[in-house]
Design a protein around this ligand. Structure first.
Ligand SMILES: Cc1cc2nc3c(=O)[nH]c(=O)nc-3n(C[C@H](O)[C@H](O)[C@H](O)COP(=O)(O)OP(=O)(O)OC[C@H]3O[C@@H](n4cnc5c(N)ncnc54)[C@H](O)[C@@H]3O)c2cc1C
Ligand code: SF4
Length: 498
């Protein structure tokens, strides 16, 4: 393969034509996303809302890349993806090479292309964003990878040689799966344990279908299993095995168990029926979509159909809840958030989608009490203004006296974020050190926890974060685990040889 970086520097393509003929098109070609289904249609189903580029459109859009000297997109991608190179290869129609470059740094480009908040990461830092709209990096990444799957270029991770050592991974979310693939490629016998019945973690049970269809994750699962990774599903550490027993079984362990404890709201009426946690609500909807029996959905408790819905929170989880409620046939859907649009943690793109689908945002407002007789019927809220910034630099919301108002609510969904569960207690390992937030404490160079040979990655280390960071951490942890196991093996051989 012609080295794309050299080619870029030389500005000459493999076919001899000037690269500038195919690239730098941002002045003449407008930014275009793949076709997006209209809100009126997509309100009624859970299918993904974007279609895909065709070959010509993908080439055109990739050709808008300016191949700038310092690729800020790459710097701001947590995986350091070599974006300018795969854009150039796509613009040239060299898709298999583009896929190889994209897959070299990312274990799930088809997932990141769909659900990374690109407006805050790669695309938000594209230099042509200043004056022209950014290159549609995520959509091209998705296109390249979907093409690779369709053409059979994506292969199971088969190692060149098998190693005797085995690795145990707790958690089949993006962090655990990325680590599993990397370690399997090196030849380890990899076992992944998960308490869920399906592989994918929040990709399956948190994130709704309209952002990421479940079959995308099932396809990855199949590929990893074909590569020789063993999955132990419905297997919960703390219930089916202690961490100590798992350490006996494997040469190294990775904890990638995510964060699942829903943050609570302190306000009167919180104990009323039909006040539910976001993840319970989303998991029920995702399971229903997968064809599982979900009594709490069938009874109506976790179904928004025919109800007035109030979602409290302003992150990605809140956006997923409001958009799910619309699709379930809610009478009205409101999102109550105590800061303004500019200061919300969720992706702006998702807010736009939600607004198009009919969600009403009530900015700068906070719940004061949930009201009803046994069952919630109303949310009493008050207006807030943003006061002076606290130590974290964020303006503190202050209630505005006398600004109460009531919203009808038959179902209140709390989407206030997640904290870690008490992992040392759950895993029967009190010697596992945690931070003051309850996340696992690791040595940031070796990624090892306070227990020898036990590593950690993903949300359980960072707190609730992003898929792309989970993948990055999983890859880094795999590298460190490999070093650790090899050093241990070398030391054991040296002792045996004495
Ligand atoms: C509703 C929602 C929407 C989101 N939307 C986006 C988005 O659009 N874009 C984005 O980038 N990120 C999004 N995120 C965040 C993203 O999903 C997470 O950052 C990412 O999944 C974290 O990966 P992880 O591997 O660390 O953990 P997880 O994905 O949580 O996986 C952890 C796995 O560990 C398993 N596990 C836990 N405890 C045990 C145990 N004791 N024994 C065995 N197995 C165990 C769990 O069952 C789970 O499968 C969203 C999150 C939520 C909740
Ligand atoms: S992984 Fe995410 S941040 Fe990186 S290039 Fe892809 S979409 Fe952008």
């Amino acid at each position: 393969m012609t080295d794309p970086a050299r080619q870029r520097r030389g500005r000459v393509g493999s076919t001899g034509a000037s690269v500038a003929q195919r690239l730098l098109k941002f002045v003449s070609v407008e930014k275009a996303m793949p076709a997006k289904r209209g809100a009126a249609e997509r309100r009624h189903d859970f299918g993904e809302i974007y279609g895909e580029f065709d070959a010509e459109r993908a080439k055109q859009q990739a050709g808008r890349c300016s191949q700038c000297g310092i690729p800020y997109c790459q710097i701001h991608c947590p995986l350091g993806n070599n974006i300018p190179d795969w854009l150039m290869l796509t613009a040239e129609g060299r898709l298999e090479e583009a896929y190889e470059v994209a897959a070299a740094t990312n274990n799930m480009p088809e997932v990141c292309g769909r659900i990374c908040p690109q407006d805050r990461l790669c695309e938000g830092n594209c230099v042509i964003e200043k004056g022209f709209d950014s290159v549609t990096i995520g959509s091209v990444e998705k296109y390249i990878t979907e093409t690779a799957f369709a053409k059979g270029w994506v292969k199971p991770p088969k190692p060149l040689r098998e190693l005797d050592q085995s690795i145990g991974i707790i958690g089949a979310g993006p962090a655990g799966l990325a680590a599993a693939e990397q370690l399997r490629r090196k030849g380890y016998q990899v076992h992944v344990y998960d308490r869920y019945d399906r592989v994918g973690g929040l990709l399956v049970y948190g994130i709704p279908n309209f952002k990421l269809e479940k079959q995308v994750i099932a396809r990855r699962h199949e590929l990893l299993a074909l590569g020789g990774i063993t999955f132990h599903l419905n297997f919960e550490i703390g219930r089916d095995s202690s961490l100590a027993a798992l350490r006996q079984r494997h040469d190294a362990i990775l904890i990638a168990s995510g964060v699942y404890k829903a943050r609570d709201m302190a306000c009167p009426g919180i104990g009323l029926a039909n006040v539910v946690a976001a993840l319970d609500y989303l998991t029920a909807s995702n399971r229903k979509g997968l064809g599982d029996a979900v009594p709490a959905f069938d009874s109506g408790a976790l179904d928004a159909a025919g109800k007035h819905i109030v979602v409290v929170g302003g992150g990605d989880t809140a956006m997923d809840c409001v958009r799910t409620a619309v699709r379930q046939g809610a009478l009205s859907v409101r999102c109550l958030y105590r800061r303004d649009r500019k200061n919300m943690p969720g992706s702006q793109r998702e807010v736009k989608h939600a607004e198009e689908e009919g969600v009403e945002f009530v900015w700068l407002a906070a719940p004061e009490a949930l009201m009803g007789e046994g069952v919630v019927r109303q949310v009493r809220a008050h207006r807030v203004h943003l006061g002076v910034a606290d130590a974290s630099g964020r303006q503190v919301p202050q209630p505005l006296p006398g600004s109460h108002f009531d919203l009808p609510a038959d179902l209140v969904i709390m989407a206030l974020g997640f904290d870690p569960e008490d992992v040392p207690v759950l895993f029967g390992a009190p010697e596992l050190s945690v931070t003051r937030w309850g996340t696992l404490k690791i040595d940031f160079r070796s990624m090892m926890t306070s227990l020898d040979g036990v590593f950690a990655a993903g949300d359980i280390v960072r707190g609730a974060s992003l898929v792309v960071w989970g993948i990055r951490d999983g890859r880094d942890a795999a590298e460190q685990m490999h070093r650790h196991v090899q050093a241990k093996t070398a030391a054991a051989s040296a002792v045996a040889a004495e």
